[in-house]
Design a protein around this ligand. Structure first.
Ligand SMILES: [Zn+2]
Length: 413
């Protein structure tokens, strides 16, 4: 099977492993008691490879689509106040930068429940959302955001353009990495974007994943792990180019790329040139850099296993905070079970009173912490470490302490 695999962008046969995380259940498929007892949980290979031609890091597409859609969550972006605030800052900045007004049009791809476009609507800037999920599209319309239910690709884009849809600004934030056919997706934008229109992409930066050993951000529905280097090649192949970049703190370090038609008059910024130089200095254009990743991931696992062994031998009780995708990749790669971690706490009601996929650690509302009084709380969403330590500061009442596992397992705070 693996001999046949080709790069999802440039079709080069994939000859190199980035990291093989073994057989893993889908990271968002938390189990009910009945599902756990039925013993029918499925696991799929989670193997990230790197293309030695274009350096796209990519996960094998081994999961049948129906398994992905069977997961019991519908993600409404507006549930996260910090995400809505992030979207508002973006809308304010772009409206000013591009001088958007009642004659403009903003088109967002994967516009979810209108969490972003609502801010442009409030400024009287016309908008159009394109969203594949009917239920979230309906929620967007209910808040006054016109939304098409469609998967975005070149065919969809040509249809929109034929109807006269021409955008001053297009946004596709945190969707590029989740798109199996990255080139077919990017091919759509040039049809809808005005000649001097601007397109922005946001995605977690591969350089952070490598430098901070963030392998827990790898999961089945996250098909591509992106650098500026590779995205510039994908854009170039589709008549587009980058002219500016911003570094964002979201998802452990993301890039926001500002892009335009290849023939646009926009000049390149110093920030863009500096980031290109930084990626080159880090070796992102050499295959050896990527081949060094697996030993570092193994070292994270050894460090965590060593901590578990010591803590358990001292009779300590260890719990975890966070029941989202990120933690599950980590726990399952480390072979963690409910014997190691007595419970996981999560503020999202959808994640409570269930069992984590693979590890089968029981999950509860955060209030349960006071009852279980664990000695250690492993913070799985390390990017929210400070926020979580603040919320759970009361664990100090019984001597509880916090632990993070990356890049080495250590007790913090
Ligand atoms: Zn490639």
């Amino acid at each position: 099977m693996s001999a046949q695999l080709q790069c999802r962008f440039c079709q080069t046969p994939l000859a190199h492993t980035f990291v093989d995380l073994g057989l893993q259940p889908l990271a968002n498929s938390n189990l009910t008691r009945a599902q756990l007892d039925a013993g029918t949980e499925q696991r799929f290979p989670l193997h990230a490879r790197v293309c030695h031609e274009c350096f796209l890091v990519q996960v094998d597409d081994d999961v049948p689509a129906e398994a992905i859609f069977d997961q019991d969550y519908a993600y409404f972006s507006s549930f996260s106040p910090s995400w809505v605030a992030h979207a508002k800052r973006y809308a304010d900045a772009m409206a000013e930068r591009l001088n958007l007004g009642p004659e403009s049009l903003v088109v967002e791809i994967a516009s979810n429940d209108g969490y972003l476009l609502q801010h442009f609507v409030a400024m009287d800037v016309p908008v159009l959302g394109v969203e594949p999920a009917a239920n979230t599209a309906e929620a967007a319309r209910a808040r006054g955001v016109p939304t098409e239910v469609a998967f975005f690709n070149e065919e969809t884009a040509v249809t929109l353009a034929a109807r006269g849809v021409r955008a001053d600004l297009m946004a596709a934030n945190n969707v590029l990495a989740h798109t199996p056919d990255i080139s077919g997706f990017v091919a759509g934008f040039r049809h809808v974007l005005k000649d001097e229109g601007v397109l922005t992409f946001e995605f977690p930066h591969l350089l952070n994943l490598i430098e901070l050993v963030q392998f827990d951000t790898i999961y089945h529905e996250h098909y591509s792990y992106l650098s500026l280097l590779t995205v510039e090649r994908v854009l170039q192949a589709n008549g587009l180019r980058v002219f500016d970049v911003e570094l964002l703190p979201t998802h452990g370090g993301s890039l926001r790329l500002f892009c335009c038609h290849v023939g646009s008059g926009r000049g390149e910024t110093e920030a863009l040139q500096a980031l290109r130089a930084r990626e080159a200095a880090a070796g992102l254009d050499r295959i050896e850099t990527y081949l060094d990743f697996t030993p570092q991931v193994e070292a994270v696992r050894e460090s965590f296993r060593g901590f578990l062994q010591r803590a358990k031998s001292e009779g300590k009780r260890i719990a975890a905070y966070g029941a989202a995708a990120k933690g599950n990749t980590f726990l399952n790669y480390c072979g963690t079970t409910a014997d190691d971690i007595i419970a996981a706490f999560d503020a999202n009601p959808v994640k409570q009173d269930r069992f984590l996929p693979g590890s089968h650690v029981p999950t509860y509302a955060p209030e349960k912490t006071r009852e279980l009084r664990p000695d250690y709380i492993l913070i799985l969403p390390w990017n929210l470490k400070d926020e979580i330590m603040g919320q759970l500061a009361y664990v100090a009442d019984w001597g509880g302490r916090f632990v993070v596992a990356s890049p080495r397992t250590e007790v913090v705070g």
